[in-house]
Design a protein around this ligand. Structure first.
Ligand code: PRE
Length: 366
């Protein structure tokens, strides 16, 4: 069979099939959206101040999609489609407002959209503590802040903001961070003598820059998006930033994925006013102040070990008040509502000067 004799007919038939499937999909998605709208009525009938966004339920839906995905689409691709469908369904119940560490085009905005989908209203804030303040004031429902990078380590501002805040962590998102060297339409590629970026991005691309642009001036600015904005007007400058900033400012790639470590990723936290019920696969974050005495760290860690609780992170921060001599941020697997976890925390609390549960939340799905 030759392509030329058969393919136009096959193509028409296949497209007709796709049209029929699309109509079915549309009908089913609309049915699903109607269901979600009914869920909203049920929620408000029980409680007029009901919270519509349910992170534990969303995590369960996405996990099921990933488990049952028959292919040929990749399971994450399928989950991303459902992420957007749920985002649209939630917006029908009640649009959700999310503050993130801006400006527009940052990786934190990308994380916010990855977690809440594109139907969420995302609002850029100038600083991490501003994100906390907006959520505390009720001006937005949730906030998204970076907490650690696999290459650069912890984001101290975020940990410090938790010390004074009563907010809960309601989720986490991990984003693979790809940095690109970007130029504008007026940049003369052979004359690049200045490169703008955020200090963390410079650190993550240091070896590549040393090898390819050893003599270019590296100018640190407040965000990658700001770096992308600046190169629009300078013919001898380039920026290191991600895809969102490149798209936002219409920049071209000089070089792609220039991060020194291919697994470079950043973890972001979702902060809100409510605690989250168990989803089945959860994590808990606590902050603990220990007395300044020998064996304090051992006393803190021992109950986790004895109860076989899997600790995923331990950070130390200097305390900011007399009472908080040493402050430890601990993440571990499990939910505070599980009896085993509750007894570990009870033991830790007894041995500590102070302890605060920052939240139990679903382990990031996407
Ligand atoms: O199950 C719910 O509580 C819903 O509101 C429905 C739904 C969904 O579309 O599946 C929408 C928003 C919630 O965050 C969780 C799930």
């Amino acid at each position: 069979m030759s392509d030329s004799s058969n393919s136009p007919l096959d193509l028409a038939a296949l497209r007709q099939r796709i049209d029929t499937i699309d109509s079915d999909l549309m009908r089913l998605i609309s049915e699903r959206a109607e269901c979600a709208a009914q869920v909203a009525h049920v929620k408000t009938a029980d409680d007029p101040d009901a919270v519509f966004y349910r992170p534990e339920r969303e995590a369960q839906v996405l996990r099921r999609v990933m488990e049952e995905n028959p292919g040929p689409l990749h399971r994450e691709e399928m989950a991303r489609l459902f992420r957007e469908i749920m985002s649209a369904c939630l917006a029908l119940e009640k649009p959700i407002k999310v503050a993130y560490l801006g400006p527009e085009g940052t990786f934190t905005q990308q994380a916010a959209l990855k977690h809440f989908g594109h139907s969420a209203i995302s609002l850029p804030m100038a600083a991490i503590d501003e994100v906390f303040r907006e959520v505390e004031a009720g001006a937005v429902n949730y906030g998204v802040v970076p907490v650690e990078n696999s290459t650069e380590g912890v984001v101290n501002n975020t940990l410090d903001s938790f010390m004074d805040s009563g907010l809960h962590i309601s989720g986490e998102v991990v984003l693979r961070i790809h940095h690109h060297l970007l130029m504008s339409s007026i940049t003369r590629q052979d004359k690049i003598s200045r490169i703008y970026s955020h200090p963390q991005s410079f650190a993550q691309c240091r070896k590549w820059l040393d090898a390819h642009y050893p003599h270019a001036e590296r100018v640190a600015v407040s965000s990658n998006a700001e770096a992308a904005r600046l190169v629009k007007t300078e013919w001898h400058s380039a920026a290191i930033a991600g895809d969102m900033a490149a798209q936002l400012y219409g920049l071209d790639h000089v070089a792609e994925k220039i991060e020194d470590r291919p697994d470079n990723s950043t973890r972001f936290l979702i902060i809100g006013n409510e605690s989250v019920p168990p989803s089945g696969t959860d994590k808990t974050s606590v902050v603990v102040a220990m007395r300044n005495e020998p064996g304090a760290l051992h006393a803190l860690l021992e109950p986790f070990h004895r109860h076989h609780v899997d600790m995923t992170r331990l950070e130390t921060r200097p305390s900011r008040t007399g009472a908080w001599n040493y402050v430890f941020f601990i993440d571990f697997k499990g939910h505070v509502d599980e009896p085993e976890i509750a007894s570990v925390l009870e033991e830790v609390r007894r041995g500590a000067q102070d302890m605060k549960v920052l939240g139990s939340y679903p382990v990031g799905v996407l």
